[in-house]
Design a protein around this ligand. Structure first.
Ligand SMILES: NC(=O)c1ccc[n+]([C@@H]2O[C@H](COP(=O)([O-])OP(=O)(O)OC[C@H]3O[C@@H](n4cnc5c(N)ncnc54)[C@H](O)[C@@H]3O)[C@@H](O)[C@H]2O)c1
Length: 284
């Protein structure tokens, strides 16, 4: 059974205290859903809840570092304790971690893959059965990025986001017969705090995650991204697109057309790879 409308459903949204996650939580609450907001940042979470409650939204909050499975399990328990059933999981928490070749550290890879990819995997493992058990159907949305379809400036970020796209594409087929729709959100530049992700590096990784460079080509690249993000799309608009995507079971949710030619160029390059061997008979 598909989620045809959000009203009356319960959603669990990670990274919900800021940016896209807050936009999604707000759009869902405005559509009449009950929303459990989950985030690592306690102060921002309280502020977001306070604002949302002013609008009579049925929202609650739970603090968790989603890259730690035990904390995600506890957050799921808090959600079922508060709302009973969960229908929609939004794996959205993410960090713009990692850098280009030559700047890699183990901590940067672990932090970026932990928050962006492993938390998405565990979110599905933990919430999938909770969604299945009530028989009312549900939906899983995971926030990848356009960097999940075309590689951008950070290797760890690209790998994590391609992983989220791959996972979503595969699970969409597997979970449809179980009454769970799956969408992947691939935003372009959205006006959020993503460029200040380092504020959320957990203590265990702090030493190994290098500070942002302040000069040189990498610093220029980061400044360009900061500029584009600061003038990016409104996160609430993204939240409304996600609501539409869930209610209509879109496999891919895009935010704009800016990167469509780049995705087409990637497909053309892949096709060229096939063209190189077209007409040959593989030896067995
Ligand atoms: N802003 C963009 O242009 C853009 C583009 C493509 C994809 N994205 C993706 O959108 C998602 C949301 O990011 P955003 O742009 O809204 O940035 P943001 O920094 O405004 O919000 C991210 C939220 O995730 C939370 N978070 C970080 N680490 C966490 C952890 N370990 N556990 C729980 N919560 C954690 C942060 O506290 C924050 O509230 C991310 O997955 C990001 O990769 C953003």
């Amino acid at each position: 059974m598909r989620v045809k409308e959000l009203a009356g459903k319960t959603a669990f949204v990670t990274g919900a205290a800021s940016g896209i996650g807050l936009g999604i939580a707000t759009a869902f609450a405005q559509a009449g859903a009950k929303v459990m907001l989950c985030d690592i940042e306690e102060e921002a979470l309280s502020a977001a809840l306070k604002q949302l409650k002013l609008t009579n939204a049925d929202v609650e909050g739970v603090k968790a570092d989603v890259s730690l499975k035990a904390e995600l399990v506890a957050a799921a328990e808090a959600t079922t304790a508060r709302y009973g059933k969960v229908h929609i999981l939004v794996n959205n928490a993410g960090v713009g971690g990692g850098g280009p070749y030559g700047t890699w550290t183990e901590a940067s890879w672990n932090w970026t893959l932990g928050v962006n990819l492993m938390a998405t995997i565990w979110g599905i493992e933990i919430f999938g059965p909770l969604i299945e058990q009530h028989g009312e159907g549900g939906h899983i949305v995971s926030t990848a990025s356009i960097a999940g379809l075309i590689s951008g400036a950070s290797n760890a970020y690209n790998v994590s986001k391609y992983g989220v796209v791959a996972l979503s594409e595969g699970l969409r087929l597997e979970l449809a017969p179980r009454g769970i729709g799956v969408s992947v959100l691939c935003p372009g530049f959205i006006r959020t705090q993503i460029v200040n992700s380092r504020r959320n590096v957990p203590k265990r990784f702090e030493e190994g995650v290098p500070a942002m460079p302040t000069s040189g080509p990498r610093a220029e690249q980061i400044n360009m991204i900061r500029e584009r993000v600061s003038q990016g799309i409104d996160p609430l608009y993204v939240g409304e697109l996600v609501r539409e995507g869930v209610e209509n079971d879109w496999p891919y949710i895009f935010t704009d057309l800016e990167f469509e030619p780049f995705v087409e160029a990637r497909f053309a390059a892949i096709k060229q790879g096939f063209d190189h061997i077209r007409g040959r008979s593989p030896k067995h």
